[in-house]
Write a protein that binds this ligand. Structure first.
Ligand code: ZN
Ligand code: ZN
Length: 389
């Protein structure tokens, strides 16, 4: 733990926002690197001041800092996890503890790891949740019952073609899974000295006078089931697994495919959460997507535009032959019904719009020039006649 932020700013814990600002300004001026060139200690102090001020000047961060300390304020606030911790804490001190003749249960300290509370538990697949009560509270908290496993989210990037026709992916997922060593029971099947009371069966708590009470973990026996060393009693351990995921046709960026029961294993034998596969669809160099409709430029020659033509066009559902009507202008849209993206909401499949692009020949030979001059004479009126602002 680094120095207390209140101490760094030299203010009481009850200081108002205004007091904190004043104290920071005063000290920051004093320790500013411009005022103390080359003074490493001042530079360090200046950094500390800024860190402390950043947290204490933000009401939300300050509250978090007051409750959970420095790491919590730095890592950001996860309401869900904090709630879970508060609920746990109040259950321990209020619920079970008061059953012991009103003496708050101290249990030799709670092993509470802020890294697990506020960070991701197991990398990317854990990004959706990752809070695992059993893991965080360690072996001392085991008497609670089965808990539901967290939902997890994994990301998959698809080409537009894959998104439209659907595809299958084999994903390697890291997740909290059922512990293989203990089959999720959390125990080795042997018993050992109770970790809460260190085998004494009694807990001492000093509060003016000294009280002793029966240890609630072992009910005073001093013996407790030995925790599985792999999962530390949670029944949940990190695993890497390969899953074949079917991506249905029509997904977009941000679509979620749910795989029921493939999330994190439930601590203490609880049911697993779900795994959500969030899709990201890459941009296509030729095809634009608007909802379920697709747009693609269709290059045609000047003669095809003038005379009309049957041209072959690739679509994601295979090649089709398209009739370009005679006298088509550049920019003309032609709709191919049902050649867009399938609807995810049981609506009709989108359409593919072809946008005609009249191409002039890249080389202008004497023949092309002669043809162009002939063409020029074919315009009955000025093509820019309507162009008035
Ligand atoms: Zn005990
Ligand atoms: Zn285990």
């Amino acid at each position: 733990m680094a120095d207390d932020y209140y101490q760094i700013l030299d203010v009481p814990r009850t200081a108002s926002a205004e007091d904190i600002k004043k104290a920071f300004r005063k000290l920051a001026r004093k320790h500013h690197p411009d005022v103390n060139p080359g003074n490493k200690a001042a530079e360090e102090r200046f950094k500390q001041l800024n860190t402390a001020f950043e947290v204490l000047s933000d009401p939300k961060k300050r509250k978090l800092y007051d409750e959970f300390g420095e790491d919590a304020a730095k890592m950001g606030f996860d309401e869900k996890k904090a709630d879970a911790y508060r609920a746990y804490r109040s259950a321990r001190t209020g619920g079970r503890g008061e059953g012991m003749g009103g003496i708050p249960f101290s249990g030799g300290g709670v092993d509470f790891d802020l890294g697990d509370l506020f960070g991701d538990l197991f990398g990317r697949a854990g990004a959706g949740g990752g809070f695992d009560v059993g893991e965080v509270f360690g072996r001392r908290a085991r008497p609670q019952g089965p808990e539901h496993g967290e939902d997890l989210t994994a990301q998959v990037t698809l080409s537009l073609a894959e998104a439209i026709t659907g595809t299958e992916r084999v994903l390697s997922i890291q997740r909290p899974g059922r512990c293989q060593r203990c089959q999720g029971r959390g125990e080795t099947g042997h018993s050992g000295p109770c970790p809460t009371c260190k085998g004494t069966g009694r807990l001492r708590r000093s509060a003016g006078a000294s009280f002793a009470s029966a240890c609630p973990t072992c009910n005073g026996t001093g013996r407790a089931a030995e925790d599985c060393p792999v999962c530390e009693g949670t029944g949940v351990a990190k695993e890497t697994t390969r899953l074949t995921v079917k991506i249905p046709p029509g997904v977009q960026t941000g679509s979620k495919v749910r795989l029921g029961g493939q999330g994190a294993a439930g601590p203490h034998g609880g049911p697993p959460g779900d795994l959500y596969i969030e899709t990201e669809v890459a941009e296509h160099p030729l095809v634009r997507r608007e909802g379920d409709d697709l747009y693609m430029d269709l290059p045609v020659t000047i003669s095809e535009a003038i005379l009309g033509a049957e041209v072959k066009v690739p679509t994601f559902q295979g090649e089709v032959t398209v009739k370009v009507p005679p006298g088509s202008q550049s920019g003309r849209k032609m709709r191919l019904k049902g050649r867009g993206a399938p609807s995810l909401k049981a609506g009709p499949t989108g359409d593919l719009y072809l946008v005609l692009q009249v191409k002039v020949p890249e080389e202008s030979s004497p023949e092309v020039k002669a043809a162009a001059e002939t063409l020029a004479r074919a315009y009955p009126r000025d093509v820019r006649q309507e162009l008035k602002l």
